[in-house]
Write a protein that binds this ligand. Structure first.
Ligand code: 2RA
Length: 332
């Protein structure tokens, strides 16, 4: 079935990656509409060898025949326009954090909880990038050994902050410590400060990982803590994940489960210095898992190192994969 698809935020880093991924995966669209702010209207973008003129996003753009709209234009735009689109029969897949914790809105990673798209009411939320790569690795192990507790420590690329984050790093590496994305120079630093601090001393990013993990795995008994850190890396988020299971495990079995799980590539051979690396993961859609080893300090404890491209699997590709799940559900 051919689909009419729209992109809201088409000129941003994720928006442009939507176009690239739709082309790479030969997404079956008949018509593609691209929207952005008035400032960006008129720009040209391309997909599948065709050029598209960016239009200004207004309330009536969803009056035309659109089946699915991919949003990545920030929470304010999603809060305002996603309900308007949904009211006109468009299914919105939203990459912002605006709707993720709404109980009536599914939060979906296709390798983890694809069945949750069944109960959407017009809006489906794409999880935070650092959550997506974590739950892809955790889900197969949760199914086998039932997770009791998770400790997240993340090392997040500056592209998570968009062009400003990349500029701070690139200028900083030249000795010009501009601070457009962060309160401190990112070059030479690790900043334990992603998004804003909350009353409980955690950052919004840390609480996103904690709350989104529980919703996606549909297990609100999970004990989770997180420390999310911005590091001087351009692309790909790296994560140290410590897990305590209810049940015992054998390491070989864990490795085999991960090797056979959807969306995962295991890179784990420390005798040859083989473990997931951000520069190797950049530009791909897999979640790379390595440093698979027992946590010797607790019973049924495991440590993992998990790396993925935060703009692709962490945002654009996951969103397009959700749209692919929707195509067969569309009325003729
Ligand atoms: C970040 N996960 O890395 C957040 C949003 N992309 O900044």
């Amino acid at each position: 079935r051919k689909v009419n698809i729209a992109i809201v935020g088409a000129t941003g880093m994720v928006g442009r990656t939507f176009l690239k991924v739709l082309e790479e995966r030969d997404f079956p669209f008949e018509n593609l509409y691209v929207f952005a702010s008035a400032k960006s209207a008129g720009q040209k973008v391309s997909c599948k060898g065709k050029e598209f003129i960016v239009e200004e996003l207004t309330e009536n753009v969803f009056d035309r025949d659109i089946d699915i709209a991919l949003f990545s234009a920030g929470g304010e735009i999603s809060k305002k326009f996603a309900p308007i689109a949904a009211s006109k029969g468009v299914i919105v897949v939203d990459n912002s954090s605006a709707w993720r914790m709404d109980k009536d809105i599914p939060l979906v990673v296709p390798e983890v909880n694809p069945e949750d798209i069944k109960w959407h009411k017009g809006i489906i939320a794409n999880p935070n990038c650092s959550t997506i790569q974590a739950v892809v690795a955790l889900k197969p192990l949760h199914d086998h050994y039932k997770i009791k507790r998770i400790v997240y420590s993340t090392y997040q690329a500056v592209s998570g902050s968009g062009v400003k984050g990349v500029a701070d790093l690139e200028e900083g590496l030249k000795g010009n410590d501009i601070k457009t994305a962060y309160p401190h120079p990112i070059a030479g630093n690790c900043l334990p400060h992603i998004d804003v601090f909350l009353e409980n001393g955690y950052t919004k990013e840390e609480m996103k990982m904690i709350n989104e993990t529980k919703k996606i795995l549909n297990d609100y008994d999970l004990k989770i803590t997180a420390t999310t850190v911005r590091v001087p890396v351009k692309d790909c988020h790296s994560e140290s994940i410590n897990i305590e299971f209810e049940k015992p495990f054998e390491l070989d079995q864990v490795r085999n489960i991960l090797k056979n799980a959807p969306g995962i590539i295991v890179e784990d051979d420390v005798s040859n210095n083989v473990y997931p690396l951000a520069r190797n993961a950049a530009g791909t859609d897999e979640v790379y898992v390595g440093r698979i080893r027992r946590d010797l300090s607790v019973e049924n404890g495991l440590n993992l190192w998990v790396v993925a491209d935060n703009i692709r699997k962490g945002a654009a590709t996951n969103t397009v994969q959700i749209a692919e799940l929707l195509v067969p559900t569309l009325e003729e």
